[in-house]
Design a protein around this ligand. Structure first.
Ligand SMILES: Nc1ncnc2c1ncn2[C@@H]1O[C@H](COP(=O)(O)OP(=O)(O)OP(=O)(O)O)[C@@H](O)[C@H]1O
Ligand SMILES: [Mg+2]
Length: 256
């Protein structure tokens, strides 16, 4: 099947530093793909480029057949790419439910955002969105926290709030930068089953993850980035045995 996302020969230079060099990869619809690699390999930079919050120095990113390069990030989000961040990003002062509503509004018609038009139809539409928000909050087991401001929610749950907000946009592609980092084993299990469920519902998942046991159990396919270049690609068990991958991670330990 055709790729949903195609990264073509992407290079990114920051001043003197080449963070990505000729990176090409494909993410097929309906798969869970993992991107792994030592610290500083360029994983987050690649995700920023896919989400169009950074422009590549050269190369192209094609999503569902169209190039994303040069589009503003909010357009890319509207095309169906949602993301969560390596450092959790929440809005202080906003409740968990409101975070999910932000995600839902992102896909709602612009007319819904106009508070000036308080028609009955609009109020009905708003009520439907709130019901949908509650459903997502329940699905992610955040009910007890729904009306609490994000800044008092425990960290492990904030990752879930971010995921709920991202899912609320009804994405075709979910980009998750280290969604398991900082989570305890039970929270990681819950995350893995949520991601499988999203995949089963038709969402394609592309995630950066350092926890190899999570990658092994979750990913259909793995891409390995080292110093800005892809060095291996394939099923997780194969990639884990690849001598180049082993060497890249050993190099990291030497440097540590
Ligand atoms: N805005 C920036 N300006 C300059 N250099 C940057 C910038 N963003 C990233 N870099 C550099 O690019 C390289 C890749 O960084 P990136 O954050 O993409 O790595 P990563 O694989 O996500 O690492 P980690 O596993 O630690 O999150 C690093 O050397 C980093 O210092
Ligand atoms: Mg990173």
């Amino acid at each position: 099947m055709d790729a949903l996302l195609e990264v073509r020969e992407v290079t990114k230079a920051f001043d003197g530093l080449v963070a990505l060099s000729g990176v090409s990869l494909r993410v097929r619809p309906g798969q869970i793909k993992a991107l792994i690699g030592p610290n500083g390999a360029g994983k987050t930079t690649l995700f920023h480029i896919i989400a169009a919050s950074l422009a590549p120095t050269s190369g192209d990113v094609v999503f569902a057949g169209r190039s994303l390069v040069g589009l503003p990030a909010h357009r890319v989000a509207r095309l169906g790419i949602a993301r969560t961040f390596q450092n959790v990003q929440v809005f202080p002062g906003m409740t968990v439910l409101e975070h999910v509503l932000v995600g839902l509004h992102q896909q709602a018609p612009a007319s819904l955002l106009s508070a000036a038009l308080r028609t009955p139809a609009l109020r009905r539409a708003e009520r439907r969105l709130r019901e949908e928000a509650w459903a997502l909050v329940r699905r992610l087991d955040l009910e007890a926290w729904a009306e609490v401001p994000a800044e008092v929610v425990p960290f492990g749950l904030l990752r879930r709030v971010e995921l709920a907000r991202a899912l609320a946009t009804r994405p075709r592609l979910l980009l998750l930068d280290e969604p398991g980092s900082g989570l305890n084993p039970a929270e990681k299990q819950a995350l893995a089953s949520e991601l499988r469920r999203a995949r089963d519902e038709g969402v394609t998942v592309f995630l950066v993850e350092h926890d190899m046991s999570m990658v092994m159990e979750l990913a259909d396919e793995v891409e390995v980035l080292d110093q800005g270049q892809l060095i291996a690609e394939g099923p997780p068990a194969e990639v884990q045995r690849d001598p180049r991958v082993v060497a890249a991670y050993l190099g990291e330990e030497d440097g540590a």
